[in-house]
Design a protein around this ligand. Structure first.
Ligand code: AMP
Length: 461
């Protein structure tokens, strides 16, 4: 087994890793670190949970070691590395990791993100930091306020680039990149590679090495279970699973902010201590909920996709898809919260009839079928639908709302529709590890990289 020392990392960095209990590099670290130490551009296909933060942060820190100093003058601590992340939570976690890796070297780091008073960030920026972790919007606020300078940046990292795209940060990214010195090292990580991401990679990266670890590193560490259930009974089923299986530290995903709040309230009423995080919560509220969840004082954290992005809890044991995501890639991101860095985890999906199309998209993407496991007493047809609703016309289920006129008295038909239709993936699993999104014909420079042989991921094997 390769060691971090064999990857060429400096003793002071090795010491920090040792203290953090990192015994050996993960597959992405093994591949990225030697290349990044040489200063080459990197395009990484890796999801959260693979150890990608250390993969980019460790070589970045090592390459800054010649600049490390204990001088007090701000001029001695210009921003030399910029790490952009889509969310505040991820930014915070990345910077926490950077700080820990830098424990024995005099390099300073700082995280800046929106939603909090910008004035609290300015004094620290003024004292000088070498490594800045930022969300794009807040970074531009600082640029506009002239509270930071990017003229000495020699390394740019774009973390979770696909999510930045989803969140509409593309114009901000372009503006930021235009402010950086042309001579720099670039690393970009993304779990998925839609066309726009390939274009972005083409425009930012210079002859990058393409490094991929299987998105379904999930397959080896995460057990995926799917419970078919009538949507009206999801809450009871969830409470039943948590209580009967004595589940703790359960991260539950809902599709809407409203549904998120409601579910947390209902779980609390059912005697299960829960809290919710979503985009309408303040940063302080989110951090408080996350800390309580990490500390185990709350048992269930209900979250929307955006709010949960970047949540990093050591060996999070359970992730529940209360609502299936409409975007199949979010499924991969969600379940990536469990079974991290080699730990075991379980991803539980509660699937109602109206979600079967999302289920199929997910199965197509992961190249696998999720076996339905019916929980006795929660058979999908067994909804307790109030009589007055039974004559209303059928409408598609919407997240956060009850489906009116749900099918009644036709359990067999419901089950048929749900699970008995044979499912044949049109994009059958292939022996290679490339995610489906990568298999489409890519373009230009990055296209060549997608065709080059990649080292198969051996995580957890
Ligand atoms: P990431 O994918 O970067 O979010 O990392 C996921 C989790 O794995 C974090 O909690 C890291 O601290 C942890 N981690 C990263 N690399 C290693 C390693 N080589 N050994 C043990 N844990 C690691």
């Amino acid at each position: 087994m390769t060691t971090f020392a064999e990857l060429g990392l400096a003793p002071d960095i090795l010491r920090a890793l040792d203290e953090m209990g990192y015994a050996s590099p993960t597959p992405i670290q093994e591949q990225v670190i030697p290349l990044a130490l040489q200063g080459g551009d990197i395009l990484g296909a890796a999801q959260t949970g693979t150890g990608k933060t250390a993969a980019f942060a460790l070589p970045l820190i090592q390459r800054l070691l010649p600049f490390a100093n204990t001088g007090t003058s701000p001029a001695k601590h210009p921003i030399r590395a910029l790490i952009l992340t889509p969310t505040r939570e991820l930014a915070i976690q990345v910077e926490e990791s950077v700080k820990a890796y830098c424990k024995h070297v005099p390099l300073r780091s700082l995280v800046v993100y929106g939603g909090v008073n910008i004035n609290t960030q300015i004094p620290i920026l003024k004292t000088g930091v070498e490594i800045l972790v930022a969300t794009p919007g807040r970074l531009l606020d600082h640029v506009q306020n002239k509270t930071l300078m990017l003229t000495q940046v020699n390394t740019l990292v774009l973390d979770e680039a696909d999510r930045m795209l989803d969140m509409g940060f593309m114009p901000d990214l372009k503006r930021i990149v235009a402010l950086l010195p042309a001579q720099r090292v670039n690393m970009m990580f993304s779990a998925t590679f839609p066309e726009e991401i390939r274009k972005l990679a083409d425009s930012i990266l210079n002859n990058p090495a393409f490094i991929e670890v299987a998105r379904n590193a999930t397959a080896v560490t995460i057990t995926q279970v799917m419970h078919p259930v009538h949507h009206e009974r999801k809450r009871q089923l969830l409470a039943h699973l948590i209580k009967s299986r004595d589940l703790n530290q359960v991260l539950v995903f809902t599709g809407t902010k409203l549904g998120c709040n409601r579910l947390a309230n209902e779980l609390n009423k059912a005697g299960i201590h829960a809290d919710a995080i979503h985009g309408d919560k303040t940063q302080q509220e989110r951090i408080k909920a996350l800390d309580a969840f990490k500390a185990g004082t709350i048992r269930v954290l209900v979250a929307t996709d955006v709010a949960a992005r970047g949540i990093d809890i050591e060996a999070l044991p359970f992730v529940v898809n209360y609502d299936l995501p409409h975007n199949a890639e979010d499924y991969v991101h969600r379940i990536g919260r469990t079974g991290r860095a080699g730990a075991q985890g379980e991803a539980i999906s509660l699937v109602s009839e109206s979600e079967t199309r999302y289920l199929r998209d997910i199965e197509k993407l992961i190249g696998n079928t999720l076996e339905p496991v019916i929980v006795p007493g929660f058979e999908p047809g067994a909804a307790e639908v109030p009589a007055y609703q039974s004559r209303a016309p059928r409408q598609p289920e919407r997240h956060g709302e009850r489906e009116r006129g749900a099918p009644r008295g036709r359990p067999a038909a419901v089950r048929d529709a749900l699970f008995d239709t044979p499912y044949t993936p049109s994009d059958a699993p292939r022996p290679d590890t490339a995610p489906a999104a990568l298999r489409q014909a890519p373009k230009k420079q990055v296209a060549a990289l997608f065709r080059s042989p990649v080292k198969p991921d051996t995580a957890g094997q």
